[in-house]
Design a protein around this ligand. Structure first.
Ligand code: LMR
Length: 406
């Protein structure tokens, strides 16, 4: 065999990397030949027929875009200005002090993941020794993104497994000991994976601790509208974005616009004043340029078209409400069906959780058993995508869960 002259072949004897703990499951699901298989792993909404629909408001926006022939030239590094305005309107409302004063600046990003990565790269660029505190548990890609950006990751308690609720005291105790200048990653709503969110009063306490201890809030906001409503779900953002204080917010429109494959997200920097917001955005843009250069256009044009037209926007809000209502309905039906199939456990906590996910309490062994014996795919930590439950798959799902848990 010929070897390379430096004797350092890049790929020789390489062991494969482990599959992604969420997206890897869908790869395995697609290869599974069993016809009864059920995929409740990745966070993708499905309608009552088990299909991931394209929203009617999105189809209409696409028709308008096609007719107006907007072209395919590059967007600026920070993306479309009208999209950025739409994002800030969704986060704060158009007449909010943050919007009027210009102390927020928004970059369009390819999905919420790139928003988190752009935030991480910017934090590393400005404060390379800052530690990032993430909830235990959190979305598995969070620690991967911050580590890939060169940042050190620490954890704060979040979920109280006994109460199936928020471990607020433990969370605040840990955060109050974080060194000043630390970054605290918060989920803006519909916590992934637990579905457990702070109440408005708990949000206020979290914000108090963050600001009293000079910590920096970074909010991942991927499910706006899936909790209690598009506006209602900004309660956490509003608690965090106090006058004169800084924050970064990562938005994703994969779920609430159903634009998963278009990769539509945004990073919004909230600074003390307009000049600081503009300066910080210049650093965000530098990070973006050396990463993906500039964002894709189509999905952001769809979102901007919908948000700037009152009829389309009203139609979209109804469509978000319908998705939210279906998920909450499935939560109730799941709890009822568990009872009907004879489970003696109390599953009522599933009804209290919010958003796409339920943290079921299933152990890794039970998760493996569901997959090997029943072709049911859920994430290894016991996270179930409630938005993938349908009237058709609920009874076999509940029977299988009852069988592995009783
Ligand atoms: C999820 O948590 O399932 C989604 O956010 C999709 C992803 O990229 O992991």
């Amino acid at each position: 065999m010929t070897t390379n002259p430096l004797n350092c072949l890049m790929f020789e004897n390489l062991q494969p990397a482990p599959p992604d703990s969420i997206l890897g499951l869908t790869e395995a699901f697609l290869k599974d030949p069993r016809p009864e298989k059920i995929n409740l792993s990745v966070g993708v909404y499905q309608d009552a027929r088990g299909k991931t629909p394209t929203l009617e408001s999105v189809k209409e926006a696409e028709r308008r875009l096609l007719a107006s022939d907007v072209g395919k030239s590059y967007l600026p590094i920070s993306g479309l200005a009208e999209y950025a305005a739409g994002v800030q309107g969704l986060l704060f409302g158009d007449s909010h002090e943050i919007v009027i004063s210009g102390r927020a600046s928004t970059a369009q990003t390819p999905g919420g993941t790139a928003a988190v990565r752009a935030a991480a790269d910017t934090i590393y660029r400005l404060h390379p020794t800052a530690k990032v505190w993430i909830s235990q548990p959190t979305w598995p890609n969070h620690p991967s993104i911050f580590s890939a950006a060169g940042l050190k990751v620490e954890i704060y308690p979040y979920f109280d497994a006994e109460k199936n609720g928020l471990a607020l005291d433990a969370m605040l105790k840990t955060l109050s000991k974080a060194p000043p200048g630390s970054v605290v990653l918060l989920h803006g709503g519909c916590h992934n994976p637990t579905g457990v969110d702070p109440t408005p009063e708990q949000w206020r306490k979290i914000a108090d601790v963050i600001f009293a201890h000079h910590l920096f809030p970074l909010v991942d906001f991927a499910y706006q509208g899936f909790g209690d409503g598009i506006h209602e779900d900004t309660v956490g953002i509003n608690a965090i974005c106090r006058p004169g204080h800084e924050a970064m917010i990562c938005s994703s429109f994969s779920k609430n616009f159903g634009l998963y494959a278009e990769r539509v997200g945004a990073l919004t920097v909230v600074a003390a004043d307009r000049a600081s917001a503009e300066a910080s955005m210049s650093h965000v843009k530098t990070c973006i340029r050396s990463n993906y250069s500039n964002p894709p256009a189509h999905g952001a044009r769809i979102v901007a078209t919908i948000l700037s037209d009152s009829n389309l926007r009203a139609q979209w809000e109804q469509e978000v409400a319908a998705m939210r209502d279906r998920i909450n309905g499935m939560r109730r039906t799941f709890v009822e069906t568990m009872r009907k199939v004879g489970s003696t456990r109390d599953w009522s906590f599933i009804e209290q959780q919010r958003g796409m996910f339920s943290f079921s309490g299933l152990t890794p062994v039970q998760v493996d058993q569901l997959r090997s014996e029943y072709a049911i795919y859920i994430v290894g930590n016991g996270r179930i995508n409630v938005a993938g439950m349908t009237e058709q798959n609920l009874t076999p799902l509940c029977k299988a869960i009852a069988a592995v848990t009783e």
